[in-house]
Design a protein around this ligand. Sequence first.
Ligand code: SF4
Ligand code: SF4
Ligand code: SF4
Length: 249
Amino acid sequence: MTAKKVRVGFFDFTGCEGCQLAKVSMENELPQILEHIEIVNFREAMSEKSWDMDVAFIEGSITTPACVERINRIRQAAPILVTLGACSTIGGINAIRVGRDLDEIRQEVYGDKRYLFPSLPVMPVSAVVKVDASIYGCPPNPKDVARFLTQFLAGKIPQAPKYPVCIECKLQGNACLLVQGIPCMGVVTRAGCGAWCPSKGQFCYGCRGLIPDANLDALRISFEECGLSQQEIDNKLHLFSGRELEKLS
Ligand code: SF4
Ligand code: SF4
Ligand code: SF4
């Protein structure tokens, strides 16, 4: 007898839709994974839609009252809800505006033009509904998405690591960029990407958000030693983790 396929829905909120492209980039793993799942809702790829699903993957932040209504509807329909990417998991790059005056930003972006949607302060999905698991990153590493789906199909709900990117960076045998005076965020950033950026000689931007108990004071001292001003350090920290920093303050 053929095993019943897992019914999966993908839903996008405020984001660039790059997380959804990360799934399509799993060319090696995708054919095998598709043998075990049935996609029932995916605006980017199909016109038919069903709300009868086993798991919902959510991309994008919650930024309007309409988002709040829709995510509640999805939560009611899906027994398991997984956030996909930085925007839905931690607020992500949309949260760069946290701590700034919303009216001032509206004036800067729209000037005297009308805008269609009233915006709320940027929220990760977990600020509105219960989240069962999260896939971090902007965009998520396709290998991380494939690993998640493989474990999920084996009956587990995988949880992300709580240790920093530095651990994976050391395992890759990379020379540390921070000690060379390059301001790398790996020391305070949640692992799981396999130290994707430092392994290619690029500093970590912190796209997977902060680890619990991140030592931000020590990071600030290191970044000052790299020659960054306080404003530049703030900008780096706020690039993806504006919402997390707000919770810490
Ligand atoms: S997490 Fe990054 S790639 Fe994904 S929707 Fe947000 S901005 Fe785009
Ligand atoms: S390069 Fe970055 S991620 Fe790698 S060990 Fe140094 S600080 Fe950590
Ligand atoms: S190294 Fe940093 S910026 Fe690059 S993917 Fe990993 S967490 Fe994101």
